[in-house]
Design a protein around this ligand. Sequence first.
Ligand code: 13P
Length: 260
Amino acid sequence: MSDRKVLVVANWKMHKTPQEGLTFARQLKTKALNLPAVNFILCPSATGLLHIHGEIRESALELGAQNLHFAEQGAFTGEISASMLNACGCKWVIIGHSERRYIFNEPAGDRQRKVPAALNSGLKVILCIGEVKAERDAGATAEVLKAQLANDLGGISRFPTDQLVIAYEPVWAIGSGVVALPAQVEEAHAVVRETIFQLFPSISSKHVSVIYGGSVNIANAAQLIATPGVDGFLIGGASLNIGDFVTIAQNAQTALKAEH
Ligand code: 13P
């Protein structure tokens, strides 16, 4: 597959002012020209979306939001709808990040409604799943991933494979500096594909992109991208620094080329 591309997603979480995001996007736009095998997605806070959209609209960089509400509009103070994100230039939205699940106690039923709300509005979805440390230690990782996928995708009966990306983010690896071992990532990504096939037998799960997140950095990116079943990265901390972020993308592109 010589046309294989790597997906490199920056999840800035609650970092960067609109101006800081804009400066980053401007720099990345230039540097990305040398990285044709990388698809970049920037997910700033909602406050930065419009600014960054204006900067990258003519470029290959794409814009994503970190969350959405499933309703089209209404009395939901503090929430943002799919159509609002579309109007800000978003092509993507992250759903089910572990920080939404565990810090904000997002109800599981919300994700069943968010996924179709996003897809029906034309937004592509990055659905995050992953086990906590106690679940891995108990040998329950596969079971947890299957249950999360079954729940979170429970509101749709099919999807175009280029509209949904699954991000495997073991919660214990997020922001901890402890990256999952390649064998653990390979196994988890295989479980994701197998489960997608079970849930949606008509969909070719090999065409569904599965990306890894959790302490991805300049030192581990090449090995991770060379791991079977890994189509890219969802990056938190290391996406805040333009130098690190671009180096990760470069390392991933180089590792991809070495495969051929
Ligand atoms: P870190 O890269 O900081 O571990 O965060 C990963 C993450 O949560 C991306 O969504």
